[in-house]
Design a protein around this ligand. Structure first.
Ligand SMILES: [Zn+2]
Length: 264
């Protein structure tokens, strides 16, 4: 066999291994057989004292509300796992993940996603990959002016990675958990359910699409907002007013998990 052929075979082997690892990981986390293993890694985005304080105060118990939300919502689809997710807070990192390309083409986005996965692999100390572990990088910001928008958070299904931009103000803590839950569900395969203008898509982005049109108080988690009486999209104040809608439940495999367990 020529060297060139061997090299191609090796590359194909690596590619096949990566594909089957992705598949295996997704199968593990979407089976809903046990708690999701979630590692939270805080990062001070702007080097501010406020972000440092938010990170110092961070505790696994802060994510109990996310777990309670997941437990309550998956139970609504007949899946009982308690805890639904176990969170561990890892030491803060002093480096930022590679930023996504601005308006990049498909190839640039693919390259960036590979770079991000390589960055995550290196940050987690290299070695054998921990299959099925979801890693959420929480990037804390302290804007100096009012009304500053955060960079877009994202959750990647391949590699089970979330890059979550949050405000360090303690008054934002409960809404931060909505963002954490949203990105966590992206890693399990849930898609966004809002239009480019931020308004929830109907019906999949509504918490109670069967109710007559009108103002709401509860949001579908992958829309992240409900339509208030003034017609604007409003973020609820906590996960207590968020639900996992039917389409999201299907995307994260809850209906299949239920069928596997009880037949039908
Ligand atoms: Zn999203």
């Amino acid at each position: 066999m020529t060297f060139r052929r061997i090299r191609i075979l090796l590359l194909l082997g690596v590619f096949a291994a990566a594909l089957s690892l992705n598949w295996l990981e997704q199968w593990m986390v979407r089976a809903w057989q046990g708690p999701l293993d979630v590692q939270v890694v805080p990062i001070n985005f702007d080097g501010s004292a406020e972000a440092a304080a938010a990170i110092a105060a961070l505790d696994a118990r802060d994510f109990e509300e996310v777990n309670a939300f997941l437990e309550r919502e998956i139970a609504g689809y007949g899946v009982r796992v308690s805890p639904a997710a176990s969170f561990a807070v890892k030491p803060a990192l002093h480096t930022l993940p590679p930023a996504p390309p601005q308006g990049g083409n498909v190839l640039q986005v693919m390259l960036w996603s590979l770079k991000l996965r390589w960055w995550v692999y290196r940050q987690s100390g290299g070695g054998l990959p921990q299959l099925g572990t979801i890693r959420l990088f929480l990037l804390y910001h302290t804007p100096r002016e009012e009304g500053v928008a955060l960079p877009h958070s994202l959750g990647l299904q391949k590699g089970l990675i979330g890059v979550v931009h949050l405000f360090s103000d303690p008054r934002q803590a409960r809404q931060n958990r909505i963002v954490v839950a949203h990105e966590l569900l992206h890693t399990l395969g849930a898609s966004d359910k809002y239009a480019p203008d931020g308004l929830p898509l109907y019906p999949q982005g509504y918490a109670e699409p069967e109710l007559p049109q009108g103002p709401r108080r509860v949001a579908e988690i992958m829309a992240g907002r409900f339509v208030a009486a003034n017609g604007e999209a409003v973020m609820p104040d906590s996960l207590e007013r968020c639900v996992i809608g039917a389409q999201t439940a299907h995307e994260i495999n809850l209906d299949a998990a239920f069928r596997n367990r009880f037949g039908g």
